[in-house]
Write a protein that binds this ligand. Structure first.
Ligand code: WTA
Length: 660
């Protein structure tokens, strides 16, 4: 398989482009008038969308207040409840019997929630959390697998006005504790565990470990019984979900919150060692995530079945699992398991079973399926699929074409092909942007393999050079956002200075995304990966510095340097170079020990694929580690110009060792 990023680098012009079929274009939710309207009156456009996708308790009086830039206020004066919009109003409109969630458990168990049932479940959870002392503005840490209770918990928080902070279940106890502490969470909602590849995998012990040391702010831990593995019980803190939530009342009146009321914090990796708590507020976030789901996926809520494979621990699982589908009244599939269990066709079995029409996943998953072979999806009827989305990292044209030909053109298990394969929508956005920023409109755009293409209507994207000047067609530079957008982050929790410094100091008056990008000759956008110390492993953001800090914190490590090396399946892989302390012994044991140490401190996803013990790191005379050279070695390339190193022989030795 061709390597993801080098293909992009080498690709100067993509000749292929696929327009929508006449039928698709004629029935599309969004046509070209979206662009015209947004161009003519950007704020007016967003005001219209805000009133279209949400039912406001009190209408807003001002669309955007940018007087306190870079902290925006959107839909000022408006009052709204996100959970009411995701739930009650659909029931009130007579759609209570529509399926909200088809849940497919890791062991093949299933549960279906209609909108009426999900509304009742969220009301119970809201009552239960309130009875445990959670009030508007309090923070709730959520550490759950991909089960409906995750969405129920998030919506219950939104209903009360409590701020959820979801911590991905793959993060360690240490990572959970630091997030609990940073947000001063009052309640933790977790589960005994889930299953990974058919085997029980626990979550509750990590919560116990996280809360073992005193000095935390947690008053209660609510535990969902999921895999029924035995768990320790702390009488003072722990309550079973079944005891407090299932017994609570089904009556709960939603309170309208200010449009700018905090909705959630989601921690993400930055260029320093400490994860940033990205803060999103209510009105703008919901408006843009709901509007973009509708447009980018051509969502027809009455007939479509939507499935986003992202975990709720990531932003995609927030915007495009917990909120936007429900706000739009859509029917969605939620899957607890992994794509290889019980067999490598499970995803396609689920698509066939529920007649999924809109599928949203990550390039790394597509590349994994490519590796497994097309015979697997060819064995299922995927004819229901209408739109295929991708997110999280650049998608190489080969994977894009495979997605289109093998998944999007499948017209049944008999090998027939659709005349018009499902359009592919590559969506670029970030935890910070809250929702899609660059994405095609499937009924309008002629999509090109590998390109995310155009800014979403009403979004001002640009690519600039070092000096902040726009570059021309055929040129590359830094991706920036020129105007505030509704679902933009409102800050970093507890650190306003870091917010300004990270995103707003690089270019005057522009949001700096941290991504490199280029325009092709047609003016379409291509994403080229991060330009900072953030790595992207299987679509998950990891910080070079955070992993380095973790390694250096190990008592056998003197120094460490970490790079993201290209990987054909995961996009990038973590490679660490470490110098051991004098007394420590080299060998297999130390490598395993260090990998496990990072796994414990941050989480299994951060474990380096390779740890290479080196006698010295390549440093300039001023002591700066030249990671660029380490990346060359890690990727098995000829090492670049090492002449500025204090000792150029260091790199020769590392490159040799790397080849062994
Ligand atoms: C990368 C995920 C290329 C990018 C929603 C960004 C992408 C980071 C794409 C954000 C895409 C996301 N094409 N790169 N379609 N989507 N990225 O915060 O580097 O987990 O800055 O949000 O992922 O990752 P995050």
């Amino acid at each position: 398989m061709t390597d993801a990023t080098s293909t992009l680098d080498n690709l100067m012009h993509e000749e292929r482009a696929f327009g929508p079929s006449a039928d698709f274009a004629a029935n599309a939710v969004a046509d070209a008038s979206r662009y015209e309207r947004a161009k003519a009156d950007r704020l007016g456009y967003w005001a219209d969308r805000a009133r279209e996708v949400l039912t406001w308790d009190t209408d807003f009086t001002e669309t955007l207040d940018w007087s306190d830039a870079p902290v925006a206020k959107w839909f000022v004066g408006g009052k709204v409840n996100a959970a009411y919009n995701a739930l009650d109003r659909h029931v009130e409109a007579g759609n209570g019997d529509r399926v909200a969630i088809y849940f497919e458990g890791a062991l093949g168990d299933t549960t279906t929630y209609t909108y009426a049932e999900l509304t009742a479940a969220v009301k119970k959870a809201a009552n239960a959390f309130e009875s445990l002392g959670v009030a508007k503005g309090d923070r709730v840490a959520v550490y759950l697998p991909m089960i409906p209770e995750a969405v129920i918990t998030m919506l219950a928080c939104a209903r009360i006005g409590a701020v959820h902070s979801v911590v991905f279940g793959g993060f360690s106890a240490d990572a959970l504790r630091s997030r609990i502490d940073d947000a001063e969470a009052k309640l933790v909602v977790t589960a005994d565990g889930t299953w990974r590849r058919g085997k029980p995998s626990s979550l509750k012990p990590a919560v116990d470990a996280a809360l073992a040391a005193p000095g935390h702010t947690v008053e209660n831990v609510v535990v969902v019984k999921r895999n029924s593995e035995p768990t320790e019980w702390n009488d003072g803190l722990d309550k079973w979900w079944n005891d407090v939530v299932l017994t609570a009342s089904e009556d709960h009146a939603p309170v309208a919150h200010d449009s700018e009321h905090p909705l959630f914090i989601l921690y993400t990796s930055g260029t320093t060692g400490k994860p940033k708590g990205i803060l999103h507020t209510t009105g703008g976030y919901i408006v843009q995530s709901a509007a973009t789901l509708k447009d980018t996926f051509d969502l027809h809520p009455e007939t479509d079945v939507y499935w986003c494979t992202a975990d709720v621990g990531w932003v995609t699982g927030h915007s495009y699992v917990a909120y936007a589908p429900l706000v739009n009244g859509a029917t969605q599939v939620m899957f607890e398991g992994t794509p290889d269990t019980p067999h490598q066709g499970i995803w396609w079995e689920i698509v066939e079973k529920y007649k999924v029409s809109l599928l949203y996943t990550a390039p790394t998953a597509i590349r994994t399926c490519m590796k497994w072979g097309r015979e697997i999806p060819d064995g299922y009827d995927l004819s229901s699929l209408r739109v295929l989305g991708t997110v999280g990292e650049p998608i190489n044209p080969e994977a894009w074409m495979w997605y289109r030909d093998v998944i999007g053109a499948n017209a049944g298990k008999n090998g027939e092909k659709k005349e018009h394969p499902a359009p592919i929508v590559d969506t670029w956005w970030q935890t910070e942007t809250g929702s899609h920023m660059i994405a095609p409109l499937p009924g309008v755009t002629h999509t090109k393999p590998g390109s995310a293409q155009v800014a979403v209507p009403g979004i001002s994207i640009d690519i600039v050079d070092e000096m902040g000047e726009s570059v021309g067609d055929g040129e590359g530079g830094y991706l920036v956002i020129r105007d505030p957008w509704p679902s933009m982050l409102r800050g970093i929790w507890g650190d306003p200075e870091r917010f300004k410094e990270t995103y707003w100091s690089r270019f005057d008056g522009m949001y700096f995304a941290g991504d490199g990008a280029k325009y092709d000759e047609d003016g379409d956008l291509w994403l080229l990966g991060r330009v900072d110390d953030v790595m992207n492993v299987s679509g998950h953001r990891l910080s070079t510095t955070e992993i380095e800090s973790s390694l250096v914190a190990h008592d056998k490590v003197a120094e460490a340097a970490v790079v993201g090396a290209k990987d054909a399946t995961t996009g990038e892989a973590v490679v660490a170079f470490v110098i051991l302390r004098g007394s420590a012994e080299e060998g297999e044991d130390i490598v395993t020990e260090l990998r496990n140490h990072v796994g414990k401190q941050i989480g299994p996803i951060a474990k380096p694929r390779h740890v290479l013990v080196v006698p010295e790191l390549p440093k300039t005379r001023s002591g700066k580690i030249m990671r660029r050279l380490l990346k060359d070695a890690a990727e098995g390339r000829e090492v670049g110009d090492a002449s500025t190193l204090a000792d150029p022989s260091v790199m020769t030795k590392i490159a040799e060792d790397m080849r062994k």
